[in-house]
Design a protein around this ligand. Structure first.
Ligand SMILES: Nc1ncnc2c1ncn2[C@@H]1O[C@H](COP(=O)(O)OP(=O)(O)O)[C@@H](O)[C@H]1O
Ligand SMILES: [Mg+2]
Length: 225
């Protein structure tokens, strides 16, 4: 198993008490899997993505990523796991607006202590693989939404992560650009990357190997919907 969650709950402080957002989540993802997690707005998808991606820790329950205990990990340990093992893709791309496509893609390598020449070579090659070889010196505001998302995917993949984790990656894109992004995820999965994709869109979820459904903070079986 790449990751295993058992009986995960997540609450946030609210007023005098707490609001429980995720309720008794059991989720396992095998290496090489392509999983879609589908649910309506407000069902807890992003909260769950933040836990899967080691951006936050659960209130209770156990979470193991690559055999490592996440539920009790320090902030530094979580950052190490994210940098070495997880690539993130977000609906709004999360590119740094003042940096070129090349520098955006190369940034994770800076944190990984790769020297400048190698950073630039690897980032250029990654952008070429995304069909953006002519766009390396462009800034995000000089690129289309679909191009921005391909830059973001190149950045997510630059450290060869075990897990590619995407939250509504086509949510801001037109149908054709969205389809290109889905093709890319399929290729990356075929090449061995585990993909977890979070979406409210059944057409997007249908491209994954299989789908789990989230409703009101619980993972439910499809026939319970
Ligand atoms: N930090 C927080 N504090 C309080 N409530 C939150 C917090 N984060 C999310 N929520 C609530 O949790 C619910 C699920 O949010 P979210 O995970 O963003 O859902 P989704 O991504 O499926 O739209 C929403 O009702 C949201 O308002
Ligand atoms: Mg969300």
């Amino acid at each position: 198993m790449l990751l295993e969650m058992h009986d995960i709950c997540k609450s946030f402080p609210l007023g005098d008490g707490y609001i429980e957002i995720l309720k008794h989540i059991d989720l396992s993802v095998e290496e090489g899997e392509y999983l879609a997690i589908m649910g309506p707005s407000g069902s807890g998808k992003t909260t769950l993505m933040n836990l899967i991606g080691c951006l936050d820790v659960p209130t209770s329950g156990s979470y193991y990523f690559c055999g490592q205990d996440i539920a009790g990990a320090s902030d530094d340990a979580l950052a190490d796991i994210r940098n070495s093992s997880i690539g993130f893709v977000f609906q709004n791309y999360q590119l740094l607006p003042t940096m070129t496509a090349l520098d955006n893609v190369a940034l994770p390598l800076l944190y990984a202590d790769v020297d400048r020449t190698e950073r630039r070579e690897r980032a250029r090659a990654a952008l070429e693989r995304m069909g953006l070889g002519e766009r390396v010196e462009h800034r995000p505001n000089q690129l289309s939404g679909g191009q921005c998302q391909r830059v973001a995917i190149a950045r997510a993949m630059i450290n060869k992560p075990k897990l590619l984790l995407a939250d509504e990656p086509t949510g801001a894109l037109d149908t054709a650009s969205g389809a290109q992004i889905m093709d890319l995820f399929e290729e990356l999965n075929a090449a061995g990357t585990t993909v977890v994709l979070i979406t409210h869109d059944p057409n997007v979820a249908a491209r994954a190997g299989h789908t789990r459904h989230i409703l009101d903070g619980r993972l439910v079986e499809e026939d319970a919907l």
